[in-house]
Design a binder for this molecule. Sequence first.
Ligand code: CAA
Length: 291
Amino acid sequence: MEIKKVGIIGCGLMGSGIAQVCAQAGIQTVVHEIDKDALEKGMSRIDKGLGRLEKKEKITTEEKSSIQGRITGTTDLLKLKDSDLIIEAAIEDIAIKRSIFKTLDEECKPETIFATNTSSLSVIDIAARTSRTDRFCGLHFFNPVPVMALVEVVRTLTTSDETFNNAFNFAKQIGKEPIACKDNSGFVVNLLLVPFMLDAIRAVENGIASIVDIDKGMQLGCGHPMGPLTLLDFVGLDTTYYIANIMFDEYRETRYAPPPLLKRLVLAGHLGKKSGRGFYDYTGDEPVPAL
Ligand code: CAA
């Protein structure tokens, strides 16, 4: 099944990136946000993302405008009803995700495939509220979506082979590298990445080394593009705290338990790059350690 029209729920950091790569792959893309303000912000994020490519001469001005011509922004969920595939990238709130899919389930054509970009919730928990559990899977992208090659394609206990294969091929269609994952909390990447990032926070708590040296250690010692504390600020400390809590709840293993320092930083509103401060302070020209 060739995917010709994609509906995307949410035009935040992930949704806008997903919309951009779908439109770049020549697919008609409709992206939904809850209100005009959020939609405008999301569309300008896409404009900025494509502008980055234009500036580097990876696309021409004409290509940029034809890519943008394939993206329609809307605040009306029903505008997505004739999509071949819906990818939900709304906030990590199970009640909101269930409610979105309940509406879409009633309105979309029967063959529309539903996918969630959740990073830690269980896909079947969202799928089970619809009448198409066989046509429901996870498609988990990574930030920044236009740059990161991977997509985790998540098969639940009820996902049909046809749906899984269509989703897997769709990831290739948009130029990504898919991997097959079971519907366990954290899939493959967060299962390994989250305890690693939490251990870096524990290293800070235990005074093992400075923030800068912990980051430098993993960058220069293991070739990571970002050290774990920079990556935490990049992902968002609130997001990581939220994911860790879900994973701890699922596995009851202490390696997923959020360290007290992470909780304190979130309570203080120090959420990382997006709030201007996390493990580093981003208010100057260059990030400086904030702890
Ligand atoms: N959006 C789009 N493109 C971006 C970008 C962004 N936010 N940031 C950087 N880029 C592009 C640049 O334009 C550049 O493109 P070219 O190679 O075509 O010139 C390329 O990425 C490299 O960028 P820079 O040279 O400016 O900077 P860099 O080399 O430091 O790379 C980075 C930036 C790609 C973000 C890199 O540091 C990196 O890979 N970091 C790790 C990111 C990561 O681990 N992401 C996964 C997070 S976990 C997650 O998302 C899942 C979850 O559920 C929490």
